[in-house]
Design a protein around this ligand. Structure first.
Ligand SMILES: [Zn+2]
Length: 367
């Protein structure tokens, strides 16, 4: 590839997702919690900026220019997902990533870390330590991606939290609720409702590493955000059955990219989320069963998707709730929450926003 073409590609990746330069400054002045759901084509990368300006990035998408599970990292300036993340970092007016949480060791989550570290300084790594060797059997390339990630991690501070631990963020409470197959043993503030929808848990589609995902709940005043990575199988179920341990999410990032195994009705049984976000790709995640399950959830106010799903039978939500209608664009969904529990979600593709009033439930702050 010519140098000029390479520059053009990097420039395109950087600008596609950032139509509102300087927005980060305005958001900071309003003391909001900002969350960017970055399009990494069915992996995860979620950038969280606290009201005090600290940053927590959850996962780094795929490696390489092509951005596939077995892609090799190369020139960071040409890395698809690392550059999309760097664009969000610039939009938020950040100079570094204070904390990088890797939910689990699959290449759609840890794969982009070496290239991202070459573009943006990363201060502290948070994860569950290691990956079992048998994870290679279900997802080839897992161990190579982990070795490359661990080499970058070795150059910085590293934390391995347990369920119940709080991440060292200020101005909000970030609680670890799952890690390395263990889950919270008691309910969070405002949680604990009995769940009438519990039956046998759905088996995880990938049994070795997804159920080990490190999941978090963020509580900012009355606003609650849940991100469980690809947590599926018995550990996902344990957070919702026999009673709900997490409480009602204002915003719930669906586990495993909205896959079939995260569509267990029990997960929505006790305290359905107000708003769900699906970090799916055009064909990855976004299972037709999940769309059907979401349409049955009582009281859910909205569903946002990173991609329109082409999966057979997928009942996509309205286009203005979808950041990318096909794979030619890489827009994010941005959310800004206030301490009173109200929040705004913006589709970077359309520029359109929806405001959500504070929940009437009068939840405790958890501080
Ligand atoms: Zn994944």
């Amino acid at each position: 590839m010519t140098f000029r073409l390479a520059v053009a590609l990097v420039f395109t990746a950087a600008t596609l997702g950032s139509p509102h330069l300087g927005e980060g400054f305005a958001a900071r002045a309003a003391r909001t919690l900002d969350i960017y759901f970055i399009d990494v084509e069915g992996g995860q990368s979620t950038l969280i900026v606290t009201p005090s300006g600290q940053s927590l990035l959850v996962d780094t998408g795929f490696p390489g220019h092509e951005g596939a599970f077995q892609s090799q990292p190369g020139d960071a300036r040409q890395a698809r997902d690392a550059n999309r993340i760097a664009a969000a970092v610039r939009d938020a007016a950040l100079k570094r990533i204070d904390f990088l949480l890797i939910t689990h060791f699959h290449a759609d989550h840890d794969g982009g870390a070496p290239e991202l570290a070459a573009l943006v300084p990363i201060r502290t790594f948070i994860d569950h330590g290691t990956v079992p060797a048998e994870a290679e059997q279900t997802s080839r390339g897992t161990l190579d991606a982990f070795q490359r990630y661990a080499a970058v991690r070795a150059r910085a501070r590293h934390i391995e939290p347990k369920p119940g631990d709080r991440l060292p963020l200020t101005g909000l409470v970030a609680t670890v609720v799952s890690s390395a197959r263990a889950t919270l043993t008691s309910a969070l503030d405002g949680a604990g409702r009995a769940n009438a929808s519990c039956g046998a848990p759905r088996p995880p589609q990938e049994p070795h590493e997804n159920p080990r995902s490190t999941g978090i709940v963020l509580q900012f005043g009355r606003f609650r955000f849940i991100d469980l990575g690809d947590l599926t199988g018995p550990p996902l179920y344990a957070l919702f059955c026999p009673g709900d341990r997490l409480g009602q999410a204002d915003v719930y990032l669906l586990p495993h990219h909205g896959g079939l195994d995260a569509a267990d009705p029990a997960v929505f049984g006790a305290s359905p989320p107000r708003v769900a976000v699906v970090n799916n790709g055009a064909t990855k995640g976004g299972a037709s069963d999940m769309f059907a399950a979401l349409r049955r959830v009582q009281g859910i106010e909205d569903v946002w998707q990173l991609h329109r799903s082409r999966n057979e039978g997928a009942q996509n939500f309205a286009d203005d709730r979808i950041a990318n209608l096909d794979e030619t664009t890489s827009y994010w969904i941005k959310l800004s929450a206030k301490e009173d529990g109200s929040f705004v979600a913006t589709n970077a593709r359309t520029g359109g926003s929806r405001e959500y009033a504070a929940s009437a439930s009068g939840r405790t702050t958890g501080r």
